[in-house]
Ligand binder design. Structure first.
Ligand code: PEP
Ligand code: MG
Length: 556
């Protein structure tokens, strides 16, 4: 019988297919004793398994490239840690099998890591993955991870590590559903870049039996279990209709009566530029430069390396607008050379602009690199700071940009409610605002964006979040300045219309969402968007706000 489960849709489209689970089972090998004369053979098996797993991780890294490569190579190094191998050999010497020795040695390494501060504790999941691979190899059972299948399937996982996401084959993975993970977690953002329908934070996802047929609607967050023939036909028809509308949409972003709202792309580096250009992005609204720094967390990349990466992105949009965000380290993106290791609550600690103001040399180098990268290019460079709390922060950033002689507009991200509430005062120091609705929701609702259990408050349709957006947009209008949105809210086509109605002047999103937003925005007039925005703000919940906006726009 058909049942409906509801999670949070994070990547548009409909996928219908059989469920396959991500292999995450931790196998606990039996603690049986071996004979003394078997010890050296067991030690050899252990060494071989460790080397094979490290080689496999390195090879997967090479294949994936970019950020995923750094993660996978770090995992290979964990596997090859000499202390760990010595511990395994000691355990084998006193009678353990290779698999049990590896299992136990990882357990004690894990306990060490878990107690060694926030950053290392965050690596425990990576370590568990390495252990699972080694134990599986020794036991001769399939590797945990992406299922082995020649037939396309809907992937179900508790959560997807960025490394797994990077390796998914879009021709086999029709869509995916996770039980955990907030809609704005960085793994969801990376997953969206894959362009397959996806739903996160779906309670009960892991209980779906292997092979069950599901239909995933990545726009509404609904997952239909054993959908009826009619439901399948209706969903497929709706998806085809959406696709046709997309194919018909091109050109710059605008409402049906010609009110222009530039549609820009969020990029993490030069690797994302081709997809942005192909989707018709009118520029870049958020260049997350920290991904360049996360490759090696021990030192900042050299000025020359930064110049080369920035120039590649700037060159892709001649005459276009490119908004570069200076390094946003800390919280879920810690850097060893910048982020304090002992903060009890890193999301509320020294992150974003706060880190840069504590390390003015790092900011100076980045601004100088940007100035050099833009030399001789006709691009409209704009530079903005993450996590600006007040006018004093905005002034400190603008002063640093002026001191670096940067030929750019300077802006502030609005990610902290104080900056939205006092946007006019922030705008005394900078020329534009950009709303980071992911962090703005996190801080408005006191809901960690990494935690699936509080995903409800990460919903950008919350009327309180819409109020803050309106407050910032109204302030910018009063000051004659611009105010864009670059958080994930801009990627929701219906919400994009509401944001336009609230007075937002540009929308920036992952490239895959641009055609959807363009097509939907082009169906309504500015006045309709304004009415939808007012109706959404007049409600008391995200669900009601969405319904109210939908009602206005569909003329109900
Ligand atoms: C945001 O917080 O909305 C944002 C765009 O920045 P990030 O997602 O990189 O924190
Ligand atoms: Mg942010």
């Amino acid at each position: 019988m058909e049942t409906t489960l509801r999670g949070v849709g994070v990547s548009h489209g409909v996928a219908i297919g059989e469920v396959r689970h991500m292999g995450t089972t931790v196998l606990e090998p039996p603690a049986k004793q071996t004979r003394a004369e078997d010890a050296s053979r067991e030690q050899g098996r252990a060494r071989q398994a460790v080397e094979a797993v490290a080689a496999d991780l390195n090879a997967r890294g090479q294949l994936a490239g970019g950020e995923a490569q750094a993660v996978l190579e770090a995992q290979a190094m964990m596997a090859q840690d000499p202390e760990l191998m010595a511990d395994i050999e000691r355990r084998v010497a006193v009678g353990s099998t290779a698999e049990r020795a590896a299992y136990d040695a990882f357990a004690s390494y894990r306990a060490l890591l878990a107690g060694a501060g926030e950053y290392l504790a965050g690596r425990v999941a990576d370590l568990d993955d390495v252990r699972n691979r080694i134990v599986a190899r020794l036991l001769g059972v399939p590797m945990p991870g992406v299922p082995d299948s020649d037939e396309p399937y809907v992937l179900i996982a508790r959560d997807l590590a960025p490394a797994d996401t990077a390796l998914l084959d879009p021709s086999l993975v029709l869509g995916f559903v996770t039980e955990e993970g907030g809609p704005t977690s960085h793994s969801a953002i990376l997953a969206r870049a894959l362009g397959v329908p996806a739903v996160v934070a779906l309670a009960g996802a892991c209980e779906l039996a292997e092979g069950t047929v599901v239909a995933v609607d990545g726009s509404t967050g609904e997952v239909f279990v054993e959908p009826s023939g009619e439901k399948r036909a209706a969903l497929t028809a709706a998806a085809a209709e959406r696709k046709a509308a997309l194919a018909a949409s091109s050109g710059p972003g605008a409402t049906s009566d010609g009110h222009r709202v530039p549609l820009l792309a969020n990029v993490g580096g030069p690797g994302d530029v081709a997809a942005a250009v192909e989707a018709g992005a009118e520029g870049v609204g958020l260049f997350r430069t920290e991904f360049l720094f996360l490759d090696d967390s021990a030192v900042a990349p050299s000025e020359d390396k930064q110049v080369a990466a920035y120039r590649q992105v700037l060159e892709a949009f001649p005459e276009g607008r490119v908004v570069v965000r200076v390094l946003d380290a800390g919280a879920d993106k810690p850097l060893d050379f910048l982020t304090p290791a002992d903060e009890p609550n890193p999301a509320l600690g020294v992150r974003g602009l706060r880190s840069l103001l504590d390390h003015p040399d790092v900011l100076r180098t980045q601004l100088r690199a940007l100035a050099r990268a833009a030399e001789g290019l006709p691009v409209h460079l704009e530079v903005m700071a993450p996590m600006v709390a007040d006018r004093q922060d905005a002034k400190a950033f603008a002063d640093a940009c002026r001191a670096a002689g940067l030929p750019a507009k300077f802006g502030a991200m609005v990610e902290i409610p104080s900056a939205a509430l006092r946007a006019r005062s922030v705008l005394k120091e900078v020329e534009f605002l950009s709303l980071g609705t992911n962090d703005l929701a996190q801080y408005t609702f006191a809901a960690d964006r990494q935690v699936g259990a509080v995903a409800r408050w990460q919903d950008p349709w919350q009327p309180a979040l819409l109020d803050l957006v309106a407050s910032a947009a109204e302030a910018a209008r009063a000051e004659g300045k611009s105010c864009g949105v670059c958080g994930e809210a801009a990627a929701d086509p219906l919400l994009a219309c509401v944001l336009t109605g609230l007075g937002v002047t540009s929308l920036s999103m992952g490239a895959a969402s641009i055609p959807y937003v363009r097509a939907t925005l082009g169906k309504y007039t500015l006045a309709q968007c304004e009415r939808a925005a007012a109706a959404a703000r007049a409600t008391d919940s995200a669900e009601a706000a969405r319904g109210a906006a939908q009602g206005v726009l569909s003329g109900e």
